[in-house]
Design a protein around this ligand. Sequence first.
Ligand SMILES: [Zn+2]
Length: 96
Amino acid sequence: MHTIGSGDEVPTESARALVVASGRECSACGKTLTDRQRGACSGKCRAKLSRQRHAEALQTEVRGLGRALELLRARHDALAERVDRMTERSRPRSKF
Ligand SMILES: [Zn+2]
């Protein structure tokens, strides 16, 4: 152990390196976590992270559905246009 005030203090960089090496800080607020804490420093931060994960999952689903809708709409438009052309051509135009 170093004696405090001996002029041989642990450099801040080393202390920081140790914190980084332990590699754990709250994913929500960035606070350094103790050994017993995992992922988040408090229930509040844990709830926030859980909400974020949930939101991300929903966002992924929304994006996927959006793409599916685009494909369906494109298919729908193409088919509707084809039907329009076919019915226009075959539609009797005797009545004005
Ligand atoms: Zn936190």
